[in-house]
Ligand binder design. Structure first.
Ligand code: GEK
Length: 242
């Protein structure tokens, strides 16, 4: 069990942009579970997707791995297949704790853990690439280049799992989904102050896009097809096929 997230519980004089530092790393599993509707389902299904798509002799990537929840799901889905998992995150505090989480896991599939920016990480011979809630933190102008490099690194039959907070073109629908998301957070014990302060901290750091924008970018990068396999309010996960 991780410590519970109270990071935004006290009134803050000034709200700085959100950073994945030690304080966040210490409460991260609790924070993401209580903040992202569907997170636990998406992580669990990452194992099911690995079971189906990981090809022997290839690599599986977890880009923006945080504490390794999706990495461990990937590993459990391999079922002894000869694959190397490459997990990367550019936040040293996340990587330090991730290393401890991976060490506590008994399974033997090899994992290479990199403290690296995924915008410059080599992606090669990949049968499965997982971007679970990471692209949303990459500046929008740089997202196309990353998706093109992922596409280029996939083997035939390879798949990208792309999970994101999403925006809606229709303002009323966007507002509704935001309110439903906040209800989810309230039901998980966050106060109005915590919700408001976290929202301000993320405003310039997490930039959601519409599903249409994601689909167009994936198609332009050379993916043959892409569609949503999971959605809860303004959080969705797509599968994109090489
Ligand atoms: C999970 N996938 O538990 N390069 C590397 N890492 C990055 C970059 C970048 N350019 N930008 C952001 N990150 C995980 C959850 S959390 C989602 C992912 C969230 C990292 C950042 O340091 C953080 O650890 C992660 O992406 C996003 O399945 O906090 O909402």
């Amino acid at each position: 069990m991780s410590a519970s997230d109270r990071l935004f519980a006290q009134p803050l004089a000034e709200i700085a942009g959100f950073r994945f530092d030690q304080r966040v790393a210490a409460v991260f599993p609790d924070m993401i579970r209580r903040s992202v509707p569907g997170y636990e389902t998406i992580v669990a299904m990452t194992a099911t997707l690995a079971e189906r798509y990981a090809q022997p002799g290839t690599r599986c990537y977890d880009l923006g791995c945080s504490l390794g929840a999706s990495t461990l799901a990937l590993r459990s889905g391999l079922g002894g297949r000869d694959c190397t998992i490459v997990a990367a995150d550019n936040a040293p505090a996340m990587i330090d704790r991730c290393r401890e989480m991976l060490a506590a896991d008994r399974s033997s599939a090899p994992i290479e853990l990199h403290c690296a920016d995924i915008r410059s990480l080599a992606i090669d011979k990949a049968s499965l690439v997982v971007l679970n809630f990471t692209l949303q933190f990459v500046p929008p102008a740089e997202r196309g280049a990353l998706i093109r490099r992922i596409r280029a690194g996939l083997v035939p039959g390879g798949v990208l799992v792309l999970s994101e907070k999403i925006a809606f073109a229709d303002a009323a629908l966007d507002q509704l989904m935001t309110e439903l998301h906040h209800s989810f957070k309230r039901a998980n014990g966050y106060s109005e102050l915590e919700i408001a302060q976290k929202r301000s901290a993320l405003e310039t750091v997490l930039i959601p896009e519409t599903l249409d924008t994601h689909r167009t970018r994936l198609r332009d990068a050379g993916f043959s097809a892409a569609d949503v396999w999971f959605q809860c309010f303004n959080f969705a996960s797509l599968l994109a096929f090489a």
